[in-house]
Design a protein around this ligand. Sequence first.
Ligand SMILES: Nc1ncnc2c1ncn2[C@@H]1O[C@H](COP(=O)(O)OP(=O)(O)OP(=O)(O)O)[C@@H](O)[C@H]1O
Ligand SMILES: [Mg+2]
Length: 331
Amino acid sequence: MAAKTEKLLQVKNLKKYFNVSRKDVLKAVDGVTFDVYKGETLGLVGESGCGKSTTGRTIIRLYDPTEGEVIFDGQDVGGKLNRNEKKNLSKRMQMIFQDPYASLNPRMMVKDIIAEGIDIHHLAKSPKERIERVYEMLETVGLNREHANRYPHEFSGGQRQRIGIARALAVDPDFIIADEPISALDVSIQAQVVNLMQELQEKQGLTYLFIAHDLSMVKHISDRVGVMYLGNMAELASSDDVYGHPLHPYTQSLLSAIPVADPKIERTRERIILEGDVPSPIDPPSGCRFRTRCPFAMDICAKVRPKWHEAEKNHWVACHLHDEEIKTENV
Ligand SMILES: Nc1ncnc2c1ncn2[C@@H]1O[C@H](COP(=O)(O)OP(=O)(O)OP(=O)(O)O)[C@@H](O)[C@H]1O
Ligand SMILES: [Mg+2]
């Protein structure tokens, strides 16, 4: 696969804090930096609560960023946006949600769910054009026009997710943030939805930020993968590098938790078992956030936040073990 190098999205030092009580601030996303290239799928993984959804929701402006920059197709969309600018953004960026049960309005017919964006952006000149577009979308996602007059509860989980995809596609976006789009589906259905998303990507040149819980889920669809831990990005590289040559101890531990099919290897392979729980994002550890669970933690890890840097070509990591400057200082 040829490397995709044209940047569609640039996220720079993005932060999203929530005031959860009078004195407590929850740092859900605390300074993440990454690019998404045109036409690629960037997988975003990490344990529950590490800030994946908040990252996605802040990029698409369901939340306002606390700090940092979001640049989409060369335009700064992270600052204050007026209604028109928000509307324009929502035409080019769409989101698919985890729970196809909760994300579709049960009182709306499928045709009106799918046409929501068409109506908002006035993309159909007549009712006929509107319904034709709905039919086209239904067929694009593997459903058919007879489904237009039904309600969400009449569909299976996989079909509902197809409706969610049709709704996102109806406005002809460039970029789709898929927030765990297959986690709530039966394993047998997951592959079908992933295949559909890949087909659509190829046909329509879509770019995906694909959020998932674990590395095994995004392996086959991601060009590159980013691994988050407690509001930070730990590592980001091509899928081959993340799976074959992970640098961050956290990524290594996530990978070692995935069972290997070959029983011989499974019995003898080395595992990194993490001790303890993920600390609270209200009072995260000083320095490196992962240090309290890291088997390789050094003194400096408590004192200095590791730099997010390109340790190897196109391989980003935030870990003192891989920071050349630190290594030379310590000799
Ligand atoms: N609206 C909110 N108000 C306050 N805290 C929030 C809000 N949304 C998320 N959080 C907190 O921010 C942190 C990150 O949550 P987020 O939902 O982004 O994680 P996630 O990685 O998507 O997790 P999951 O895998 O469970 O979906 C969590 O501690 C969560 O409790
Ligand atoms: Mg989430």
